[in-house]
Design a protein around this ligand. Structure first.
Ligand SMILES: CC(C)(COP(=O)(O)OP(=O)(O)OC[C@H]1O[C@@H](n2cnc3c(N)ncnc32)[C@H](O)[C@@H]1OP(=O)(O)O)[C@@H](O)C(=O)NCCC(=O)NCCS
Length: 169
């Protein structure tokens, strides 16, 4: 399978925050953002693999900034690393100022997806070749994050997590 570039997987989703999607402080409800990110990330994973994909793990979400009612929210999702059957998808979330149109970073998130066949069995995906400096940085760190996720899920022994030894010793 030929290696692909992260840009081939990009998914950009822009949507409004409506009243039914807010918490009592009139800011976007966290679970609503998680669901929107899951959709954007699954499209990016599907574009990279051209397979059915399922969410295997939500590895990291940072709710750094509140997102007020009426905001225009843009989620940019891109595959940051592809392993054998799984992919890490990195997301940047932006909000747009109504008057100036300037964008401010609101959140970041990292999800893991697995490509599966029609019976739900994991299936092989193309490799990824990072191009930009940011893509290279995210690619490099992805193996560490995968191992951490597997250790936390009880699917890998800490002693086997070669990239994490410094954290666990
Ligand atoms: C995700 C799923 C397909 C993995 O199946 P599995 O039998 O554990 O398969 P494997 O052990 O071969 O793992 C497949 C890949 O996923 C990776 N993986 C599995 N769990 C992971 C986790 N928690 N974090 C990171 N990667 C994980 C494995 O490392 C492996 O990666 P690789 O092939 O790229 O090296 C299976 O657990 C599943 O179908 N889960 C439910 C998915 C779902 O319904 N999601 C929506 C939730 S509502």
């Amino acid at each position: 399978m030929q290696a692909k570039h992260p840009s081939e997987s990009i998914c950009i989703m822009t949507d409004l925050v409506l009243p039914s999607e807010t918490n009592p402080l009139n800011n976007l409800f966290g679970g609503e953002l998680l669901a929107r990110m899951d959709r954007a990330a699954s499209i990016a994973a599907r574009r990279h693999s051209r397979r059915i994909v399922v969410t295997a793990s939500v590895n990291h979400v940072a709710f750094n900034r509140t997102i007020p009612l009426g905001s225009v929210v843009t989620i940019e999702a891109k595959v940051s690393r592809a392993f054998k059957t799984s992919m890490e998808v990195f997301m940047d979330v932006w909000i747009e100022d109504r008057e100036s149109g300037l964008r401010a970073k609101a959140n970041e998130a990292i999800y893991t997806f697995v490509a599966v066949d029609e019976t739900g069995r994991p299936t092989q995906i193309p490799e990824i070749s990072p191009q930009t400096e940011l893509e290279k940085t995210r690619f490099e760190a992805a193996l560490r994050r995968k191992q951490l996720s597997l250790v936390l899920a009880g699917k890998m022994k800490a002693q086997e997590a070669t990239e994490l030894k410094a954290l666990f010793q």
